[in-house]
Design a protein around this ligand. Structure first.
Ligand code: GLC
Length: 645
């Protein structure tokens, strides 16, 4: 190679590496990523308005605007004093720390924070604070809300259109409490089911995730082309977590996604691309690293790729103290994250010291004024697009306080349809559909347990410490079976242990054993051992074997946040249904299991696996596209009635 040519290549590589900033760990240039057109575009009037606001804002007001605190670590007066730009209620955080907080309690708190953040006298450049919440399968922190199936079940529906309706219903229920921002959708492409957040992913297939992300963002936010962007009952959406959250080694939550850039883009960015194309106004940075570099500090990904190349013109919200994982950073201090492109830092508890340190870092030039202004501009742009500067108090919003919308029958019917369409029939030796007017034994620890149906991110962060009483209006799997059977003159008997009267007159005509995973969220759901996917719970298998020995036709209903290795249970049952985490409308399962009294099918099985089902409990789970792909049931599998069902 000539000296001149060598020098040019060296300079090119150096230029790419320098532009990538510290720790980019990448070889490709941003130009290899797709360019996405935001449906909002940059409005000169909006930008001029922001110019004027920026010109008036003090350093303290700007640094406050890029800071997000948790509602229980800050008072309205603090919001006023420190010009806080964002708030969140973490999973299991409610007004007055009351899990049964009423809608008025939510609204009183939302009003208090809002009023503190604006200044009617106009003396300060007061910008309304914005409150975000994890409404990831309905307004799941609020008792009485409709709880949709978690994303893994929705992916099995293969019905992107329904996702828009689910987004609309979710946004309307969130609006009832005066909150204007949902940290949803999760557009992760989970590739190792040992990950504790697999159920937050629609699929291992990026194309399916991309289709779903587009639709639910339109449902949540509306869309400019539909003349309904941020109209009544709409909220700001969040595409999360950018990028590669579902690709970590061994599914280790917040771990390292080791992939070349082409694979990272192809596998893990698809949902972000369509979400941004649908107008998602916020993107949440991911905890995980990419090739050893923590994303909250990766300027190449957060700025060069996401903003400059993809064209994302909303704002990047950090994840819960995710900035503190960047080398050299603390919860209270992280210029690297701001410089990398995180526009609002989620520092739930330590926000006061973070503000102090960040102000000093701007004064010292560790964070440039231009970067700070860009972050504030993006936040203001989103708040203006969402109408927040004009909207007034949370309680004055059109749907605020309309408690009847929470768990509305139309929303529950929508959720029940989603449950039906999410069910995947893995085995049926002909006993399904069941005739309803019979004696049905319903067994299993999850049979009458709504918490097992709703999983994590439900009322509490981990979805634990809940009981059926926490779900007014909801139906357990058993309740749905009981009602369907009774309507046909039959009887359903609940026995978690699977005990029954074996006398000829009383012996059940069939049995349904409902079992599954206990609720979990995030890293608490990671499966660490090599036998990770083995279901370490033999209770259902014992019941299934006992019923099989007694020649009682038996259906297994498996409630889980991911495929598990349950081959023994599948072998022991006459029929096996993967029901995922169906949410509040457990009756949707009976809708499909039972025909009508005349034997006519009411709802058939239509669900198809959006995750490959493992043939072994050991090692990395199979994914569509693997060279040595050998699942027990492949991606897309699902029996139906009448066709081998
Ligand atoms: C959590 C999750 C993120 C969530 C945030 C706020 O750690 O990673 O998905 O939106 O914190 O609850």
């Amino acid at each position: 190679m000539s000296h001149r040519l060598f020098l040019r290549s060296l300079l090119t590589v150096l230029a790419i590496l320098i532009s990538a900033g510290p720790g980019s760990g990448r070889a490709m240039a941003a130009e290899a990523w797709p360019k996405v057109a935001s449906p909002y575009g940059i409005d000169p009037k909006t930008e001029a308005r922001i110019d004027a606001l920026l010109a008036r804002m003090t350093l303290a007001e700007k640094v406050g605007q890029i800071t997000m605190a948790e509602i229980h670590s800050i008072s309205p007066n603090d919001v006023k004093r420190f010009h806080i730009g964002g708030l969140l209620n973490g999973g299991g955080s409610w007004p007055n720390k009351n899990r049964k907080a009423t809608i008025p309690e939510w609204l009183v708190m939302a009003n208090a924070f809002h009023d503190a953040s604006i200044d009617p006298r106009g003396k300060r450049t007061a910008i309304p604070v914005i409150w975000g919440t994890d409404a990831v399968h309905g307004h799941n922190n609020v008792i009485g809300a409709t709880l949709f199936p978690h994303n893994i079940g929705l992916g099995a529906m293969r019905n992107p259109g329904l996702m828009r309706d689910i987004g609309i219903a979710t946004a309307r229920e969130v609006s009832v409490t005066g909150i204007g921002w949902a940290f949803a959708p999760t557009v992760a492409v989970a590739r190792d089911d040992r990950w504790g957040r697999t159920y937050e992913s629609y699929s291992e297939d990026p194309a399916l995730v991309a289709d779903y992300a587009r639709e639910i963002v339109v449902g949540l936010q509306g869309h400019p082309a539909l003349d309904d962007a941020f109209g009544v009952g709409r909220v700001i959406a969040t595409a999360k977590h950018f990028v590669g959250d579902g690709g970590t080694l061994k599914g280790d939550d917040q771990g390292d996604t080791v992939l070349d850039e082409a694979k990272l883009k192809a596998l893990h960015a698809a949902g972000h691309v369509t979400a941004i194309g649908a107008g998602a106004q916020t993107v949440m940075a991911t905890f995980n690293s990419w090739n050893g570099v923590k994303t909250h500090g990766n300027k190449y990904l957060l700025t060069d790729v996401l903003k400059d190349r993809l064209g994302f013109d909303g704002f990047v919200i950090g994840d819960w103290d995710g900035h503190a994982q960047v080398p050299g950073c603390l919860k209270v201090s992280c210029p690297a994250a701001v410089n990398a492109g995180v526009d609002m830092i989620m520092v739930p508890i330590d926000w006061r010291e973070f503000i102090r340190n960040t102000s000093i870092q701007v004064k010292k030039g560790e964070i440039s004024q231009a970067r700070l202004d860009d972050a504030v501009r993006r936040i203001l742009r989103v708040k203006i697009r969402a109408g927040l500067l004009e909207r007034g108090r949370p309680s004055q919003q059109p749907l605020a306080g309309k408690t009847q919308l929470l768990g509305h029958p139309d929303h529950r019917a929508l959720a029940r349809q989603a449950v039906r369409e999410s069910l995947v029939l893995l085995k049926n030796n002909g006993i399904l559909p069941l005739a309803p007017g019979k004696k049905i034994l319903v067994a299993g620890h999850a049979a009458d347990s709504i918490p097992h149906q709703t999983g994590g991110w439900t009322i509490t962060w981990q979805g634990r410490d809940n009981t059926n009483a926490d779900f007014p209006g909801a139906t357990s799997v058993f309740a749905g079976i009981r009602d369907a059977v009774a309507a046909a003159g039959g009887t359903a008997i609940l026995s978690e242990a699977g005990n029954y009267d074996a006398s000829p007159a009383a012996s059940p005509d069939a049995a349904i054993v409902v079992f599954g995973e206990t609720p979990y969220a995030e890293f608490e759901g990671d499966l660490e051992s090599e036998r990770g996917l083995d279901l370490d719970d033999e209770r259902a298998l014992e019941i299934l074997k006992r019923l099989k020995a007694a020649n009682i036709p038996t259906i297994a209903v498996f409630l889980s946040g991911r495929p598990r290795w349950v081959t023994p249970e599948i072998d022991a049952a006459d029929a096996f249904i993967a029901a995922w985490l169906p949410g509040s409308e457990g009756a949707g399962i009976a809708d499909v299991i039972f025909s009508d009294p005349a034997g006519k099918i009411r709802h058939g099985f239509s669900g198809k696996l959006s995750f490959s089902w493992p043939a072994s409990p050991v090692g990395p789970p199979p994914n569509i596209g693997d060279p040595d792909y050998a699942p027990l049931f492949p991606f897309g599998f699902g029996l139906t009635y009448g066709k081998g069902g």
